[in-house]
Design a protein around this ligand. Structure first.
Ligand code: ADP
Ligand code: ZN
Ligand code: ZN
Length: 739
């Protein structure tokens, strides 16, 4: 006997209210998650429609009381039913409850709807506006005059401001609207930063030969019966966006919609403006600063067919377009495409799945593709398209590598090497700008030797150990632990320790070294308040400072034409993160950082300071050679069985009691070893997670490695059942994380 979980109302917050029905034998073969079915409900005389969200063999209540499904409503497949099928796939492949998966793919309407923000915009050419103002000033229409004067200056006014401060009553606004002088806009686009008022519409630009070829290659793939996802490997500035836009045009021409995923808010400002300039009102945006309700409204507009292109971060992937044609994933390698809450889905894989369910295409782009995506392209699972030239033949930045060990030998203990200092001085003399970059991402306190560069690593996992309580060194994959040595085990030097300098200290050093030089700092501390991020970037763009010092947030987004030098203070910070992806992240960050300089007419230069000048990720980044990096990285991953050479599943446990947690994780490990006896499975840990304790909750993790993803999925399924029926796990929260 098969039972189906059915939800009736998916447009509300009642997603967790599912009802169980029996599947009549005649429908058993046919029924699938996501289908629309008709069911008897309550006392209603007519059957109602519902969505199947799950199938099982066990009744949850007295089987006698369960009613039968009437019919499958065939041909009634909706956008929602496809999204529910996607949720089921996510639940299965990433591990979560069905409710968590449904809440991820279906936006929930908020009870209190967020107010739409209203704006008044000038709807006539400026020149005409000034003439009209001159005329109005001679009349007694005070409010209209004030409104127009303000509009000519600001282009776009907050409606509330206009009515309260300028006394523009609704009658005044209405009149001017009727005359075609102004128009009302509802801010659904970039509530916080995008001022669409001054965006000049832009026609499609003629493509370069290389871009043309890329578009052609992709369109040809789309002609095939089973088009593959396409990966564009294009150096920064090669014009990937132009290629995307051409593909969107062709998708719109077919009457289909496009989702454009971009990594994070930092990018939206410039990117969205460009898309808006090209596609105007067809474009809409969701961002993570919007409330649930605002996101819901955006999705509603998409569903009604009011927009053709939705731009947004990871979650925009679930935009309920009725006729989805294309999903674009820009900066495909970005870590923010991976969700950090259950289901811990990856936007790349999930996009590909959604596209396959809806007969849509996927195109990804990056200057430094993820090792995962590139290996798929090498296997031919994805199609690969290359853009090798920068638009307008701007030269790639000149990169030099500075060996910090040599600095110490020469008696220089400053965070600025002699070479970087010299080069900075030169820029300041020429009134050019400098960016100093401290890549703290993933930094968790590695310990290294300042004399020879040796890093303390786990002998089993080949990742850096991190320092705890100033005395112990720990591996966060397997739990390996040693006392922190007093001297370097390789060269005996006593200069061994962590890297302590932060952005603040660097700023201090810069100010002391270059008297009178103006600095700006961008890091977690200075960007806490709303809008501060944009403010700092804008101020730097206006040349109100000579140096911008910041963490990885500064390597993206804005173009600064006057920046001709980028200094990477310590490449080792990301290189020695305790994560098998650290070399990949380092390569990506260094390429991006170096690419920051020389965006304008003047050529750019970069200086990378490091204790590991010979490391392949640094060497390859210096010459922007992705293939060289990839080769080395893949051999490391293969040697160590890290993804994509093998698959990895983390079983994350958390609990307020460390005692119960340690015991439960121990039992989980024993259980895994009992249900899977082949020796091709590596079980590592349990160990305390990278951040072992957050807000008094302890966290432990077991890693499983296997070549076959499905083996891990099956183990996950069995663990889920084991945890559910076992009372020992009641105070423990278990999550799964695949990579
Ligand atoms: P990418 O995303 O690959 O780093 P962009 O798409 O941002 O590159 O392009 C870099 C710059 O070159 C942008 O300023 C863009 O407007 C310009 N550009 C690229 N292709 C063209 C083209 N075919 N015609 C005019 N300008 C172009
Ligand atoms: Zn040493
Ligand atoms: Zn280890």
């Amino acid at each position: 006997m098969i039972y189906a979980d059915i939800i009736i109302d998916i447009s509300s917050d009642k997603l967790d209210r599912s009802f169980q029905y029996r599947v009549p034998e005649r429908l058993e073969q046919e029924i699938k998650v996501g289908m629309v079915v008709s069911i008897p409900f309550g006392n209603a005389s007519q059957p109602r429609k519902g969505y199947v969200t799950g199938l099982s063999r066990e009744p949850k209540i007295d089987a006698e009381k369960i009613k039968d499904i009437c019919e499958i409503s065939s041909g009634e497949e909706t956008t929602e039913s496809r999204l529910i099928a996607l949720a089921a796939w996510m639940r299965e492949n990433y591990g979560s409850t069905m409710i968590q998966a449904l809440k991820t793919v279906l936006p929930i309407q908020e009870k209190i709807k967020a107010k739409e923000k209203k704006y008044i915009c000038l709807d006539i050419p400026e020149e005409e506006g000034h003439k009209l103002l001159a005329d109005l000033e001679k009349t007694r229409f005070r409010a209209r005059t004030r409104l127009l004067r303000e509009l000519l200056e600001k282009k776009r006014l907050d409606f509330t401001f206009a009515s309260k401060e300028l006394g523009a009553t609704s009658a005044v606004v209405k009149k001017m609207q009727e005359q075609g002088v102004i128009r009302i806009e509802y801010d659904e686009i970039m509530r916080n930063s995008l001022n669409t008022g001054d965006i000049v519409a832009e026609d499609s630009l003629p493509l370069t030969d290389e871009q043309e070829t890329a578009v052609k290659q992709i369109l040809e793939e789309w002609e095939k019966p089973f088009p593959r996802p396409m990966l564009i490997e294009g150096v920064t500035g090669s014009g990937k966006t132009q290629v995307y836009m051409k593909l969107i045009e062709s998708t719109i021409a077919q009457g289909k919609q496009t989702i454009v995923l971009i990594p994070e808010i930092a990018l939206t400002y410039q990117t969205v403006r460009r898309f808006y300039a090209r596609f105007g009102d067809k474009v809409s945006v969701i961002n993570s600063r919007q409330s649930q309700g605002e996101r819901y409204d955006q999705f509603k507009r998409a569903k009604r067919g009011e927009v053709q292109v939705m731009i947004g971060p990871r979650s925009a992937l679930f935009t309920p377009f009725g006729n989805l044609g294309l999903i674009i994933i820009d900066e495909e390698h970005e870590p923010s495409y991976k969700s950090e809450s259950s289901p811990r889905y990856h936007a790349r894989e999930t996009s590909i799945k959604r596209a396959s369910l809806e007969n849509a295409r996927v195109v990804m782009g990056s200057a430094t593709p993820s090792v995962e995506a590139y290996s798929q392209a090498m296997k031919g699972v994805y199609g690969l398209v290359r853009l090798n030239a920068r638009y307008g033949s701007r030269p790639m930045p000149q990169v030099s590598i500075v060996d910090l060990r040599e600095e110490l030998k020469a008696g220089n203990r400053s965070v600025l090497s002699r070479e970087l200092r010299e080069k900075m001085k030169l820029r300041f003399e020429k009134k050019e700008q400098v960016i100093l970059f401290l890549n703290r991402r993933g930094y968790a306190g590695f310990v290294s030797c300042r004399s020879c560069g040796h890093v303390m690593k786990c002998p089993h996992c080949d990742v850096s150990l991190s320092e705890h309580n100033n005395e112990r060194l720990l591996c966060h994959y397997c739990g390996y632990e040693i006392r922190k040595p007093q001297a370097c085990p390789v060269c005996g030097s006593p200069y061994i320790g962590g890297f302590k300098a932060g952005t603040q200290q660097i700023e201090k050093v810069v100010r002391e070294t270059f008297v009178g030089v103006r600095t700006l700092r961008m890091d977690f501390d200075t960007t806490r308040t709303k809008g501060s991020y944009e403010k700092i970037l804008a101020s730097f763009a206006r040349h109100e400072a000579d140096v911008l010092i910041g963490t990885q947030m500064i390597v993206k987004g804005h173009d600064f034409p006057d920046v001709t030098l980028v200094g990477v203070v310590a490449a080792d910070l990301s290189l020695n993160a305790e994560d098998y992806r650290c070399a990949e992240r380092t390569f990506q960050l260094l390429c991006q950082a170096a690419g920051r300089g020389g965006r304008g007419e003047k050529p750019g230069e970069a200086v990378i300071q490091t204790y590991h000048p010979d490391h392949y990720s640094i060497q390859a980044a210096a010459v922007q050679n992705y293939e060289a990096f990839y080769e080395e990285e893949m051999s490391y991953r293969t040697l160590m069985d890290y993804p994509p050479a093998a698959h990895m599943m983390a079983v994350l446990g958390s609990s307020p009691s460390d005692e119960i947690l340690v015991q439960a994780m121990h039992y989980l490990k024993l259980y895994i070893q009992r249900i899977y006896k082949e020796n091709d499975l590596h079980v590592i840990g349990p160990a305390f997670a990278a951040v072992g304790k957050v807000k008094d909750i302890y966290r432990q993790v077991i890693y499983l490695k296997h070549e076959d993803y499905q083996v891990l999925v099956r183990i996950k399924d069995q663990l889920e059942k084991y945890i559910e029926i076992n009372s020992g796990f009641r105070n423990i929260y278990i999550q799964f994380d695949f990579s």
